[in-house]
Write a protein that binds this ligand. Structure first.
Ligand code: SF4
Length: 298
């Protein structure tokens, strides 16, 4: 195993490896990655790069998505036990039974879902394009899961008849509005950006409700100097790296343990391992890819 940065780079180059890190990862992981972004940006990056080996620093559904879109690559998840509490809220069986109970309805699922759930879906979406995907769904009811808060936001913005699945991200859904209020008292002049996975009371007290990619685009186009950020705390490092001339303050303790447990040693180990990486059964890979491709096409 390489013990230093030089040895790491040599091994990485020899293996043709790509290190991808989600914006919620710890700062030292973001700093050593070839690309940092949201789950879909990273999967698309892997698809374009066609690297033989992808080391994914994130949670399981993200590595699965990368594997579905880049089946030729070996995709290793740095922290094999890292699961997403939101994706765990809905199983493939849940999705099938939900559809059976609502004949004629269209199932749209957030990318933060398992491959079995994606395979049952008409289309997937990200927080950035959820509203447009739901607007484009066939007429009638839209079943939206697994995040209840995002479903409520999408119903509000799209005007469609959206039925939410009662799931949530433990970190975002558990956020305390008093933390946001304290941050606003501390920086009354700041612009407040919150993620749609936070409870609706956050949206009412924010200037914008945006996914992580939307937050980056908004800050880039804004002249405001200070921002209060209502999403997982790793995003503050991402924003501070991209915009060193701005200041960012967290809207409280939104922290995901599964995103926070990766270490640089774990990245070294994943690179040097002989593990065959993430596998996605064929019966799920093809329909899940169709749902992801429909999202991209929309
Ligand atoms: S922050 Fe929430 S949605 Fe994101 S990976 Fe963690 S549990 Fe899943």
């Amino acid at each position: 195993m390489p013990q230093d940065a030089y040895g790491f780079e040599v091994l990485k180059k020899r293996l043709g490896a790509l290190i991808l890190a989600h914006s919620y990862q710890p700062r030292e992981i973001q700093d050593m990655a070839d690309e940092v972004g949201d789950s879909l940006e990273l999967s698309r990056f892997a698809m374009t790069a066609r690297a033989p080996l992808v080391i994914f620093c994130g949670v399981r559904f993200m590595a699965e998505t990368a594997k579905i879109l880049s089946p030729e690559s070996i995709v290793r998840l740095v922290s094999p036990g890292a699961d997403c509490s939101l994706a765990a809220c809905m199983s493939g069986l849940d999705a099938r039974e939900w559809k059976t109970g609502h004949p004629g309805a269209t199932l749209v699922t957030y990318v933060n879902s398992s491959v079995e759930v994606k395979a049952e879906s008409w289309a997937c979406c990200t927080s950035a394009n959820a509203v447009s995907v739901v607007r484009a769904a066939p007429a009638g009811e839209v079943l939206f899961g697994p995040d209840r808060n995002l479903a409520t936001f999408v119903a509000q913005e799209s005007g469609r008849d959206v039925i939410p699945w009662p799931g949530g991200c433990h970190a975002h859904a558990g956020a305390d509005i008093r933390d946001l209020r304290r941050a606003k008292e501390h920086w009354p002049d700041a612009c407040v950006l919150v993620h749609p996975e936070t409870p609706p009371v956050f949206w009412r007290e924010a200037d914008r409700v945006l996914g992580t990619g939307g937050m980056i685009r908004f800050v880039s186009g804004s002249r405001t100097r200070r921002f209060i950020i209502g999403t997982e705390e790793g995003m503050l490092h991402r924003l501070s790296t991209l915009f060193p001339d701005r200041e960012f303050l967290a809207a409280g303790g939104i922290s995901c343990a599964d995103m926070r447990n990766a270490t640089t040693d774990m990245v070294f180990r994943a690179l040097d391992s002989r593990d065959a990486g993430i596998t996605v059964p064929d019966e799920y890979a093809e329909p899940a890819r169709r749902a992801l491709e429909r999202m991209t096409a929309l």
